[in-house]
Ligand binder design. Sequence first.
Ligand code: X2X
Length: 389
Amino acid sequence: MRKFGTILLLGILIFGVIGAGCVGKGTTSTTSASTSTSSSASSAPTKVYKMSVVVGPNSPWGQAAKMWADEVEKRTNGRVKIQIYFSGQLFAGKQTNEFVLLSQGVADFAVGSTINWAPQVKELNLFILPFFFPEGKKKGDIYKAVDAVENGKAGKRIAEILESKGVVPLAWGENGFRQVTNWKHPIKTPDDLKGLKIRVVGSPIFIDTFKALGADPTMMNWGDAITAFQQKVVDGQENPVNIVIIPYKIYEFHKYMTIWDYAIDPLIFAVNKKTWESFDPQTQQIIKEAAIKAAKWEKAMARIGLDDGTSLKILKEKYSYTPEITDPLSFLESKGMEITTLSPDQRAEFKAKVGSVYKTWVPKIGKGLVEDAVSDIENALGIKVEVPS
Ligand code: X2X
């Protein structure tokens, strides 16, 4: 495991240099993004597979994609080379098209956000039902709820649905619980959101949610968002702390953040079905094991400092890795952010406003799937889950 930690660190370092060049050029035919030293035993030209990622190489999301690709190349002795297309290069920035490209085989692999795939896979809106996941009784319970859904009846159903659409899911990673930031004022009650122009992802449930909360949502691709924050085209946005807000330095644009855990964005390490079926069982096993290993690291990175300490333990013990930032909220405060963490009562005030979203979206997601998720969570946490109706 120590060896893996070292390779990981090296990979991240080297990758920072090579990856940055690769993003700008948008090359399609080289394998320069790879840091593996192994080479193919055969002299036949090797097919270079394409992997899609919405964010850049500075986020643990991008780093985990790189870990996955490197591990696969290494363990297959260079037979399976994967070039990563960061920052949405493969779909010209339109992130809600990623699933289409993956299911059609334009991308062979992806570490994709369930939010970005939700327009094509309606069931994935489950994770973005506002305030669906309960905080539970103690710190970290909300993450146990997420794991219970992913590994439970609901997750199994979702995996089958993805596969029926030509995408084989191999592991769950995490973008994280999405927190709202803005440059104008603290958000403590729904009234504070009134009239705020909030950038959201181009999945329609976000528009319904932020309208229900009284805000003024506007859809925008991530590739355009940073400039929009810089120029104050919008007042705020919502994204997870460790995977997006810190790597993208959102604190440089927004002073205020509210921790409200209103929606989770699981990531899925996935392969196009035809590509998957073209591999022999041994190669499939390598690809799957590498996905699980990278995803587990990535999920811990998404949760570090926000859960009950489990993630830091995983990173240290299983990966011999201690990240630079282990207390992300203090880090953000040191950068000048003012952070509001909603109390259960304050959170309930927001949840009381979004009944209309459930009315519209539960039928689209499927009542049975929502019920499965509720029972997965209730069994794991031993609490009652309230679903607005
Ligand atoms: O666009 C976003 O907000 C991001 C980066 O979180 C996703 O890709 C869903």
